[in-house]
Design a protein around this ligand. Structure first.
Ligand code: G
Ligand code: G
Ligand code: NA
Ligand code: MN
Length: 253
């Protein structure tokens, strides 16, 4: 209850801000876009990890309000980047409560309109488990999102309960290979096989594929050699404040 009240107060008092982690072309290091990640600096306790507050925001429903703020702020970031002639793709994490929220489409539509960004600049990241409950309802919600013109990614792919037979029914654009498969490349040959198989499957389904959690040059080279051309991770950059992001060169590495 304590942290719930603090969260509510924090939203009111603008204690949240976003960090942005670059997504990069593995062939030439060019920045292709960013994942927005929310941060909370509590006035007394200082920084509080999202691993701590996101689950509470989800359990209390406050994630809907917080998530709306995240989407507005990420779209505003994208608009500022576009105005400056910079790469403006931005990915936002959506939680289950938001995906089930009856107002999601209206809010998203309004946010896009008010920001003035091209809707295809906004990417929404959802997890497999969010889609696998009521599949038909999930598909119609995804179709409404697609009608707004946004792009949809399946986050943490390979860790949830996705059924491959449903995958082709979902109107999604991108698979994000979970970092648990990437982190033990090249020591774990099973993980290498799984990663290569996910990339190959994504290609056959005409989906883009993003590898997350790339921490070493060797991992990046492996992914590139296996036709994964969008990579994200500490090897290129940690999530950064907007000022630091805008100071990055067009090509990293
Ligand atoms: O940066 P990292 O420590 O930031 O994030 C920790 C966890 O919090 C990750 O699982 C990430 O997906 C989640 N997270 C970060 N930002 C957001 C957000 O804006 N919305 C939701 N729903 N989850 C987020
Ligand atoms: O659940 P999701 O995939 O959205 O989580 C993103 C999380 O991964 C964030 O906490 C982010 O800070 C973290 N992250 C991003 N790049 C790396 C990386 O290269 N290594 C590790 N260990 N974590 C990363
Ligand atoms: Na994510
Ligand atoms: Mn992920």
């Amino acid at each position: 209850l304590y942290i719930e009240n603090e969260l509510r107060q924090g939203i009111r008092d603008s204690q949240f801000h976003l960090h942005y982690q670059p997504q990069v072309d593995s062939r030439d290091g060019r920045i292709l876009g960013f994942e927005a990640l929310v941060r909370w600096t509590h006035p007394v306790q200082g920084p509080i990890s999202p691993f701590k507050f996101i689950p509470i925001a989800e359990a209390t429903g406050l994630i809907v309000e917080l998530g709306e703020w995240v989407m507005r702020e990420a779209c505003a970031f994208s608009a500022r980047r576009a105005k400056a002639g910079l790469e403006a793709n931005v990915s936002v994490n959506l939680s289950a409560r938001q995906f089930q929220d009856a107002n999601l489409i209206a809010t998203m539509s309004k946010t896009l309109r008010e920001s003035g960004i091209a809707p295809d600049k906004l990417h929404l990241e959802l997890t497999e488990s969010m889609l696998m409950g009521d599949v038909d309802t999930a598909i119609s919600q995804l179709l409404e999102m697609k009608r707004l013109g946004v792009s949809i990614s399946i986050d943490d792919f390979g860790t949830g309960y996705s059924s491959l037979s449903y995958l082709k029914r979902f109107p999604v654009d991108v698979l994000k290979v979970d970092r648990s498969f990437v982190q033990d490349i090249p020591e774990d040959s099973n993980d290498m096989e799984i990663t290569a198989a996910i990339i190959a499957m994504a290609q056959k389904l005409n989906l883009n594929v993003v590898a997350e959690g790339v921490e070493t040059k060797e991992q990046m080279e492996f992914l590139k050699a296996n036709n994964c051309f969008i990579v994200q991770g500490y090897y290129f950059s940690r999530p950064l404040e907007e000022g630091a992001v805008n100071a990055l060169p067009e090509h990293l590495e």
